[in-house]
Design a protein around this ligand. Structure first.
Ligand SMILES: O=C(O)CCC(=O)C(=O)O
Ligand SMILES: [Fe+2]
Length: 295
């Protein structure tokens, strides 16, 4: 094995284990191994180029690299090319989608048929193996603990879990809201089995966590996509507004967690109510007001 490929394997293991690494060096190692003939490294280079991990975001180039990885024999590339090969014009695919307001103060907006069924199913299958029990922080000890207020599971996409459809979807979300995709946190997929819930909470960062806000920014937007609809109950419940909302599979909902002045808006308090029958799958995208570390 060439030295470049051995180095990439180390970088890949660090990314998969979510260890802190130097992103510029990691990107250089990915490209070197790809150039040394490793199709898996070419695939990582495609994702890195899609999200600006150690390089500038270049979507057409990311596409090109995905095709090269496919031809070089990366098995994961083929279903992605099959899925996005139908997106003939990438610019049109990632363009902003029509929206409609469903509430004014706070502004809550929906976008019907934001994605199609094939992409919903793709995202469910990508998110399924990543599911972990959701934890909340115990304010008395500062330790993550399991708590009855949040019983659903969640999985988020690191660089090594990404794929081109998800990368393009992030672009479409950014264009629809009119925000910079570099401000996106990791994309997550949530699963609620019947009876599981994400209790009353707000998505803005509490002003009590001023260091977090200084470092990573406030979280002005939440963007959700309902990935299935064969369940009962399971609404996104805005408790103070007395409003329960839910979309069909592929519909999106988003809202601002802060007011025009940027301060937390307490009326955005909400819950993911428990499905009473069937299981609910949801894509959750949090958006900050500052660029995030990519990956
Ligand atoms: O499941 C829902 O509808 C709500 C999800 C949610 O509150 C969140 O992603 O922050
Ligand atoms: Fe939330």
């Amino acid at each position: 094995m060439s030295e470049a490929i051995a180095r990439f394997q180390q970088v890949r293991a660090a990314i998969e284990a979510d260890r802190a690494i130097d992103i510029a060096q990691a990107y250089a190692a990915i490209v070197a191994a790809a150039d040394a003939g490793d199709p898996q490294a070419r695939l990582f280079e495609a994702y890195a180029t899609g999200i600006g991990y150690g390089c500038d975001i270049d979507i057409p180039q990311a596409f090109e690299l995905l095709s090269i990885a496919d031809e070089a024999g990366a098995p994961q590339a083929t279903p992605q090319v099959d899925l996005i090969g139908t997106y003939k014009d990438v610019d049109a695919w990632i363009a902003s989608r029509p929206i409609r307001d469903v509430h004014t103060r706070p502004r809550i907006t929906m976008s019907d048929a934001f994605i199609d069924e094939a992409l919903c199913n793709w995202l469910i299958e990508r998110g399924r193996p990543l599911q972990e029990q959701s934890l909340v922080y115990d304010p008395s000890t500062g330790q993550p603990i399991q708590d009855a207020s949040r019983t659903n599971s969640a999985g988020s996409f690191k660089l090594s879990d990404l794929d081109m459809p998800t990368i393009l979807l992030r672009q479409r979300i950014a264009n629809t809201i009119g925000v910079d995709v570099r401000n996106f946190e990791r994309t997550s997929v949530f699963r609620y089995e019947a009876g599981q819930t994400f209790g009353e909470h707000a998505d803005y960062i509490s002003l009590d966590f001023s260091a977090e806000i200084r470092q990573r920014g406030q979280r002005p937007y939440t963007f959700l996509i309902y990935l299935n609809d064969d369940y009962e109950g399971g609404e996104t419940h805005f408790l103070t507004l007395g409003k329960k909302l839910r979309g069909k599979a592929g519909d999106a909902i988003f809202w601002r967690n802060v007011g025009d002045d940027g301060a937390p808006d307490e009326v955005t308090l909400h819950a993911g109510d428990p499905p009473t029958r069937g299981e609910k799958w949801l894509l959750s995208q949090f958006i900050r007001d500052k660029a995030q570390l990519p990956g």
